[in-house]
Design a binder for this molecule. Structure first.
Ligand SMILES: NC(=O)C1=CN([C@@H]2O[C@H](COP(=O)(O)OP(=O)(O)OC[C@H]3O[C@@H](n4cnc5c(N)ncnc54)[C@H](O)[C@@H]3O)[C@@H](O)[C@H]2O)C=CC1
Ligand SMILES: O=C([O-])CC(=O)C(=O)O
Length: 341
């Protein structure tokens, strides 16, 4: 997955006018980024512009999108780029969209939890999802805005109220947890990072992030202390960046990368590429919780199959039980907000 994205980037960066891919064989796909002028939005828009599966790229924000769109549009890759700004243009940005990526909302500052963002971001997500229901009810939605554990249930409720909810099309983007787990594992196990796979399940906040290092490949003989340290570092990865940025926001570049990987997987699934599997926070029955992140097979309609957890170590089993109360209450908080407002 990552290597194919890098291949696309390299191909498109080549200084040649020859087409490195056949546009005719690739279906037209419109991707909309909501929050496109932000810290994540800008590099994510760049990466989506480099993706040859995208034919139309719509960049929406409450401000700043004309500049971002003009800038990105000069890149000599397949997609046509258009910028949209403000409520009046939201419908146009969304109309006909196949995949909507949402990195809109405020990021954390040091000392805050993701849940501290709820009060502002819940309303933003609700209004954007109301517009999605109206203008592109069949689009796949990639939710990045935090707290993901609650914003995905909010989106589901908004879509249910509008009568268009399709659980196969709503995804909480947890790819950054996987990206981090892979990087940290490769460092500790001293293996080639490009070959590493680690599923990360649960949710996207603190202890709800549960990396399954017992299933990591290539296998390495790590001590229990190492596994615990890797688990904690993955769970605290976002906080590590928030603290390093010291008040200037949270992960943006690594998130843009992760968001681009996940959107690319959704597009591949839509286009009928077989065996596209990524971890994502989706409606789920693999535990008693209604939303849960696990490996998901992506297909022409979005989620094709929510895959099970596989064998867990005792440490992971314990982690799974520990995360459930927090994840449950974040889900309930989202549902309650959407029902009340
Ligand atoms: N799922 C994940 O793994 C991650 C999620 N995040 C979350 O992503 C969100 C965005 O983070 P950043 O890009 O760093 O923040 P940012 O503040 O740099 O950018 C957010 C953008 O959203 C825009 N925005 C605000 N209200 C909007 C609305 N109603 N419609 C459209 N756009 C709107 C703002 O104008 C701004 O351009 C935060 O909630 C953050 O916590 C961040 C990193 C990882
Ligand atoms: O930590 C944050 O606030 C942003 C985020 O979700 C991450 O980096 O994983």
């Amino acid at each position: 997955m990552r290597s194919s994205l890098l291949r696309s980037v390299k191909t498109l960066a080549r200084p040649t006018t020859a087409r490195a891919y056949s546009v005719d064989s690739v279906p037209s796909r419109k991707v909309t980024v909501l929050g496109a002028a932000g810290g994540i939005g800008q590099p994510l828009s760049l990466l989506m512009k480099l993706n040859p599966l995208v034919s139309q790229l719509a960049l929406y924000d409450i401000g700043g999108t004309p500049g971002v769109a003009a800038d990105v549009s000069h890149i000599n890759s397949r997609s046509e780029v258009a910028g949209y700004m403000g409520d009046d243009q939201l419908g146009q940005a969304l109309e006909g969209s196949d995949v909507v990526i949402i990195p809109a909302g405020v990021p954390r500052k040091p000392g805050m939890t993701r849940d501290d963002l709820f009060n502002i971001n819940a309303g933003i997500v609700k209004s954007l999802c109301t517009a999605i229901a109206k203008y592109c009810p069949h689009a796949i939605v990639n939710m990045i805005s935090n707290p993901v554990n609650s914003t995905v249930p909010i989106a589901a409720e908004v879509f249910k109220k509008a009568g268009i909810y399709d659980e196969k099309k709503l995804f909480g983007v947890t790819t950054l947890d996987v990206v981090r787990a892979k990087t940290f594992y490769a460092g500790k196990a001293n293996v080639n990072v490009a070959e590493v796979n680690v599923p990360v399940v649960g949710g996207h906040a603190g202890v709800t992030i549960l990396p399954l290092f017992s299933q990591a490949t290539p296998k390495a003989n790590l001590s229990q202390d190492d596994i615990q340290a890797l688990t904690k570092r993955t769970q605290d990865g976002g906080t590590e960046v928030v603290e390093a940025k010291a008040g200037k926001g949270s992960a943006t570049l690594s998130m843009a990368y992760a968001g681009a990987i996940f959107a690319d997987a959704c597009l591949k699934g839509l286009n009928g590429v077989p065996d596209v599997v990524e971890c994502s926070y989706v409606q789920s029955t693999i535990t008693e919780l209604p939303f849960f992140a696990s490996k998901v097979r992506l297909g022409k309609n979005g989620v094709e199959e929510v895959l099970g957890l596989g064998p867990l170590s005792d440490y992971e089993k314990e982690g799974l039980e520990k995360l459930k109360p927090e994840l449950k209450s974040s889900i309930e908080k989202g549902i309650e907000f959407a029902k009340k407002n």
